[in-house]
Design a protein around this ligand. Structure first.
Ligand SMILES: [Zn+2]
Length: 180
């Protein structure tokens, strides 16, 4: 797990993320979290894309098994449970508000974009709207940084410590040739 500044992103990382997303990865500024095998699990994206579009979701979950697990937990009403926890526990609410501020600070280290000022991701600071975004933040910033993201990862059938990666198809001859 890592917060900014990030290590340089490799060509292979970009190829894996593109395979995970099913489209070319754009405006990648770092790989803040990885699977046990080294494949990216979270991608960090510039707050303003190359075409000018504001992009608030700085930490984006790309790992296909992780995203499926978060979708399952959303369908299982974990967001309802987490919303009740936020409303009933001032300590969790305070930690969640802090997570929101940390998220914005990390993103703004790559530039301030007025259109998305004060807007982080996942429903922060007071709502729970997307477990994918919250888990991505928790995976990147580490345990204790995002209380709802931590809960989502605890409940998840996927873990960054056990590789469940599919074959991303990035190490075949064609891929090696393309990268020179
Ligand atoms: Zn893996």
């Amino acid at each position: 797990m890592t917060r900014p500044p990030f290590d340089p992103v490799s060509e292979r990382d970009i190829r894996i993320v593109s395979a995970q997303l099913g489209r070319p990865a754009r405006d990648v500024v770092g790989i803040p979290a990885r699977c046990a095998c080294g494949a990216p699990t979270v991608v960090a994206t510039a707050p303003r894309l190359g075409d000018g579009t504001p992009f608030p979701t700085f930490y984006y979950l790309t790992h296909p098994v992780a995203t499926a697990s978060m979708s399952f937990l959303e369908a299982a009403q974990l967001m309802v449970e987490c919303t009740e926890l936020l409303e009933g526990d001032p300590q969790v609410a305070a930690a969640y508000a802090r997570a929101h501020r940390d998220y914005l600070a990390d993103r703004e280290s790559f530039g301030v974009v007025p259109e998305i000022a004060g807007i982080s991701a996942g429903g922060m600071p007071t709502r729970v709207k997307c477990l994918h975004a919250l888990a991505a933040h928790a995976l990147s910033a580490g345990p204790g940084a995002n209380p709802i993201g931590d809960i989502a990862l605890e409940r998840s059938s996927w873990s960054p410590n056990v590789c469940q990666c599919p074959d991303y198809g990035v190490d075949d001859d064609a891929g090696a040739e393309a990268s020179g």
